[in-house]
Design a protein around this ligand. Structure first.
Ligand code: ASP
Length: 429
């Protein structure tokens, strides 16, 4: 890791710790409202990151596609990435299901659901019949696939639909390969766009310590500590599960890439802290790309393609959280879930995570897919709402960590012959 990156990581860490400390002070002195005056700074930081996502993702994927030389090379990388991402998502859900069944955070939880016993019997019947189950699963798969294909690339970019932008960039990059002469001017422009977007990302990162400081202050100064206490067992289950999955990922990443765990953690430290404070994998993406390319030694073409894909479809933290939350809600309502229902939760939680947008609170929205698939009441979401933001910070960190480790692993599985290194020349001549 270069000296400059090290200093940058230190400044970001200081921003986070100072923000947490100030947030606590403001909360306990009853001055939480002061945060309202600081909030615009945090908002500007997030907007700046979002501003650079689309030009960066479009140009990076286009250039990666162009560099790869053939659709087959992209295919090799893409298949490896998708298989790895799906497998780790499935493992994450499994870890969540194991932890929630071991800890049983919802059993006997006093969340105002005790008076609903008559109602609960009706719900239990609905759950036992598996109402909605497999059909809901089919619908979820269909939605994910349909949502990936853009009707209008400009609209996809304007709306920040990253998966659609990825699909368009791949197709456009592929066309450039087939029409090398005609595409030459466009390739040059997009190559410049990529360089400029990266440069801009570095500029925005200089502002990160201040942005993160403000965002962290806001989280603690305005947090509802009472909700945290009554939902502490549930939160603990999610956080323990996330920690366990994170360690597993670190082990896999270190083993496959032959790099030390400390090297990996240090290298992507700034991205992890940004993920924690923004609760958005998409907003963090520019920083994740810079960290993985520059600090982890991943080959550029792998990082450019595999990371944006991961940020959109790979959300281990969200997947784990969805399974814990759904089973917690069932427990809180006193509803028993059999193996069949837990299997449906396993599948739908994986899909809900794949389909969730990389923005704050997206996992909470796609929870409805999981709940309705097993016939649990959607209102159950209300039980966990109060602490969702805090858990979002933890799960987004694991999401970003999963994407980064995934890129490292996929890169280590590719031969040099799969990637062309002399391409800079092609694009810039
Ligand atoms: N905030 C998460 C992310 O951006 C998604 C979620 O809500 O789980 O990765």
């Amino acid at each position: 890791m270069q000296e400059a990156s090290k200093k940058e990581a230190q400044r970001i860490a200081i921003g986070m710790i100072a923000g947490l400390a100030l947030g606590l002070i403001l909360y306990f002195t009853g001055l939480g409202h002061v945060v309202d005056y600081m909030k615009p700074i945090g908002d500007i930081f997030i907007s700046l990151l979002k501003m650079v996502i689309i030009p960066l993702v479009f140009s990076s994927i286009f250039m990666a596609m162009y560099h790869l030389g053939t659709p087959e090379s992209l295919g090799k990388m893409g298949v490896k990435a998708v298989i790895y991402y799906f497998m780790t998502t499935a493992v994450a859900v499994l870890v969540g299901i194991i932890f929630v069944n071991l800890i049983n955070p919802g059993v006997g939880a006093d969340l105002g659901t005790a008076g609903l016993h008559g109602l609960n019997e009706g719900m239990q019947a609905k759950v036992s019949q598996n109402s909605g189950g497999w059909f809901a699963l089919y619908n979820a798969v269909k939605e994910v696939i349909l949502n990936a294909v853009p009707k209008n690339p400009v609209q996809a970019m304007a709306e920040g639909q990253i998966l659609q932008v990825i699909v368009f960039s791949i197709l456009f990059g592929m066309v450039a390969l087939y029409l090398p002469k005609e595409s030459e001017p466009v390739v040059k422009v997009i190559n410049s766009l990529e360089k400029m977007s990266l440069f801009l990302t570095h500029g925005i990162m200089k502002f990160a310590p201040v942005g993160i400081f403000v965002l962290m202050t806001g989280v603690l100064a305005k947090s509802g500590f009472s909700a945290i206490v009554s939902l502490s067992k549930y939160m603990l289950t999610v956080i323990l599960g996330l920690g366990c999955h994170g360690i597993l990922l670190l082990f896999i990443g270190s083993w496959k890439s032959k790099k030390s765990p400390m090297f990996i953690l240090r290298g992507i430290g700034p991205a992890l802290i940004t993920a924690f404070s923004t609760a958005s994998s998409a907003a963090t993406l520019p920083i994740t790309m810079a960290n993985v390319e520059e600090n982890l030694g991943v080959r550029k073409d792998t990082a450019k393609f595999v990371l944006p894909l991961g940020a959109t479809i790979n959300m281990d933290g969200t997947a784990l959280y969805e399974s814990v939350a759904a089973i917690f809600i069932a427990q809180a309502y006193g509803i028993h879930l059999g193996i069949n229902q837990q299997l449906i939760i396993f599948l739908t939680a994986s899909l809900a995570a794949i389909g969730a947008a990389a923005i704050p609170g997206a996992g909470l929205i796609t929870m409805s897919i999981v709940l309705s698939a097993v016939g649990l009441p959607i209102e159950g979401i209300g039980l966990i709402l109060a602490v969702d933001r805090v858990l979002d910070m933890f799960r987004t960190t694991v999401n970003v960590f999963g994407d980064s480790v995934g890129t490292l692993v996929v890169d280590s599985m590719l031969d040099d012959s799969d990637l062309k290194d002399d391409v800079e020349a092609v694009a810039t001549t």
